[in-house]
Design a protein. Structure first.
Length: 546
């Protein structure tokens, strides 16, 4: 027979008006003693809370909740007094927030993406991708893992971040296999698939009113969705979420310096909002060049402030990257996007732009490895974009004294890319993923086009490295970075084959190029001249800051 003592204890709890289990026990559907913290949360050292709104009992009908929720929503949307005092226009915008909106309906079910999987991806992000996109607060992100059951929008942000990381599994430590395994996983590491993680992000977003009540978390989530779709080659979806991130940023007025003055009491929010603006500024310009899109953001706020410690070098490199893209303004993009019938391009202005790019990396030697790869390749890629514009406007010459205005300039650009690839590690290239592979691909295509027009450039003295060697090495980089992009690899391989046939008068290069996986060792030994490149790489280090 059961002892009456538990019944008496239950009566005492009812007398104290404890009417529901804590959020975690309710989500896991286990018995809760109603205390705070409850026994289950004390044992598991979990965060015990009673913040979730209980699910309505009784018959389900079309009746709406009273206006009480609407009033609370209205209050939450009002900006703080400090922002209202900053400017009249700011009073119409939602208050900038760092914290995501809390759950507005019933508590979430047990998280489909386990916390240990999210932590695994977060560790990889901060180790490899944070130096390139320093937009997440590491301490805040990891602390939020304790309340993901109720922090719906934060959960959506972290799953969006994970969707980017699982696309480069080589950056994630394979020694840890998250448990339990999911149905839609990467079988190599036991990670959720990118589609599953994006679906989780969308599901989390559907539980909160992020459009009417946006926050920095909203912008960050949209940016990671852009990154995931860009890596998947889904350009329309990528463009949509990039514009969504920019629109949300403008809704919160993070493109206005006066907003940051109003955030003096929230320094962390101000720091990461400013960084988010500049990451979007860079990303929009890069995407506009790659896909011929218009610009929205202008350099309307101050650059990120100098930091100390590890952040010092990261922010220095970040500012250098901003500087490179600041030169590609509306005037350049208007000419670029209307190449057939746009306004005339000035040779003098394009030569000046090439000169600026050549001297635009004063801090690269002190940057992290992944930043070095990004900065060095991006600079050469931007040079290639300017050169391509010169081609479309028939501004090049075979007799010019300006190397950047010569037909053979891609040979020099490709050489510097090869030397850069031997100065930084392959993992540094992998950290940049598809983005850096596509830039190398663009450079390789330009070089291949030059060799197709002037095949005599490929014929150099025996034993010396030349343009064909550079082209083969660019092909190798595209085939290996981030696991290799089959779409880019196939196009570039076809161009390489055409160049080999044109230069040799035979088809001897076809099998070699297409059998990359089986003959990679032979290709490195017989074609790339790796030992000579390694010798030249030492010299290249002295040219970083020229």
């Amino acid at each position: 027979m059961q002892s009456p003592r538990p019944i008496q204890a239950a009566k005492r709890r009812r007398a104290c008006k404890v009417k529901q289990a804590c959020d975690l026990c309710h989500a896991k559907k286990i018995r809760c003693d109603g205390t705070c913290p409850c026994m289950n949360c004390r044992v598991t050292n979990a965060c015990c809370s009673y913040e979730a709104v209980p699910k309505k009992t009784g018959p389900k009908g079309p009746r709406r909740l009273p206006n009480k929720g609407k009033n609370a929503q209205k209050v939450a949307a009002e900006p703080p007094a400090s922002l209202a005092e900053g400017s009249t226009a700011a009073a119409d915008a939602p208050a900038p927030r760092f914290e995501p909106t809390s759950v507005a309906s019933e508590p979430q079910q047990l998280l489909p993406v386990p916390v240990d999987v999210i932590l695994l991806c977060l560790d990889a992000f901060f180790a490899h991708k944070y130096p390139i996109t320093p937009i997440l607060d590491q301490e805040h992100s990891k602390a939020s893992l304790a309340y993901l059951e109720t922090g719906t929008e934060q959960y959506g942000l972290l799953t969006a971040c994970c969707s980017v990381m699982v696309l480069t599994p080589e950056l994630i430590d394979p020694s840890i296999s998250p448990s339990p395994p999911l149905d839609t996983v990467d079988t190599n590491l036991g990670l959720p698939s990118v589609d599953a993680l994006i679906s989780e992000t969308m599901r989390a977003r559907s539980s909160c009113d992020w459009v009417e009540n946006p926050s920095l978390t909203t912008i960050q989530t949209s940016f990671f969705l852009f990154s995931a779709y860009f890596c998947l080659g889904k350009d329309n979806s990528a463009w949509f979420y990039l514009r969504e991130a920019i629109t949300t940023l403008q809704t919160l007025r993070f493109h206005e310096e006066s907003t940051y003055a109003a955030l003096s009491d929230h320094p962390s929010l101000a720091v990461y909002s400013r960084r988010m603006f500049w990451v979007l500024f860079i990303t929009e310009r890069a995407f506009a060049l790659q896909r011929h899109r218009p610009l929205t953001l202008q350099p309307t706020i101050d650059l990120p402030a100098d930091e100390s410690g590890r952040e010092k070098n990261i922010i220095s490199g970040f500012r250098d990257l901003i500087f490179l893209f600041q030169n590609f303004d509306d005037d350049f993009l208007n000419v670029w996007n209307l190449q057939s019938s746009g306004p005339a391009a000035s040779s003098k202005s394009l030569i000046r732009l090439q000169t600026i790019l050549q001297s635009g990396l004063p801090h690269v030697s002190s940057c992290t490895e992944s930043q070095k790869a990004d900065l060095l390749v991006t600079r050469q890629w931007l040079k290639t974009m300017v050169w391509q514009l010169c081609v479309s406007k028939t501004l090049l010459s075979s007799s010019t004294q300006e190397e950047s205005m010569s037909i053979s300039y891609p040979v020099t650009i490709a050489r510097d890319i090869i030397l850069a690839s031997n100065v930084v590690s392959l993992s540094a290239f992998d950290a940049n993923g598809v983005g850096i592979a596509e830039k190398v691909f663009d450079i390789g295509c330009s070089l291949a086009d030059v060799l197709a027009v002037q095949p005599e450039l490929a014929h150099l003295v025996a034993g010396e490295l030349g343009p064909m060697d550079y082209l083969m090495e660019l092909l190798r980089i595209v085939s290996t970075v981030g696991g290799g992009s089959s779409r880019h690899l196939q196009i570039l391989a076809e161009k390489v084959n055409d160049c080999i046939e044109a230069g040799s008068g035979s088809e001897q290069g076809l099998g070699l190029v297409w059998e990359l996986d089986e003959n990679e060792d032979m290709m490195e030994e017989e074609i790339t001249g790796q030992s000579q490149i390694d010798n030249d790489a030492t010299l290249f280090e002295s040219l970083w800051c020229k």
